[in-house]
Write a protein that binds this ligand. Sequence first.
Ligand code: ZN
Length: 199
Amino acid sequence: MYEGVVQDLIDELGRLPGVGPKSAQRIAFHLLQADPTDVRRLADVLIEVKAKVKFCSICGNVSEDEQCRICRDPRRDPAVLCVVEEYKDVVAIERTREFRGRYHVLGGAISPIDGIGPDQLRIRELMVRLADGAIGEVILATDPNLEGEATATYLTRMLKPLGLRVTRLASGLPVGGDLEYADEVTLGRAFAGRRSADD
Ligand SMILES: [Zn+2]
């Protein structure tokens, strides 16, 4: 449709999540008209983020070091672990200031349609973390949708025999949605009112 590199840019932008062909075109033309310094800054940060950012060797969170800020923080409660699907969920829960324990990032949710089973998630790493018995409660904070529910049910079955307290977030979260889109008050309340995964 467009010539050479302009079309390449539109194609690349269109591969980003949530960016349809129309938005890709709009962003491309915005960049074409933008100040070269601004575009350079965007390009630099894209390169830099890939070079610098790693994943925490303990929890799987995004980190600039071998271990993330939360895993390194001695003030965090080592006995409570919150299991989430993605890094963005950690950010959402941190915003509520309701949780003082540590996290485990699964890297997604069980979704047979997308070919994602337990083996594709960081469940083995989770079981290793739980092996020494230092963690007494696991909060399953997966998304309130089909995949999130399936993941929580699977994990409950895996974790119950370990004799841990396994809890789920209280209802009130928008069903079918993403954890990250819940407002801070709702998510904070869901945390405070968490219940045993048996119910
Ligand atoms: Zn970590």
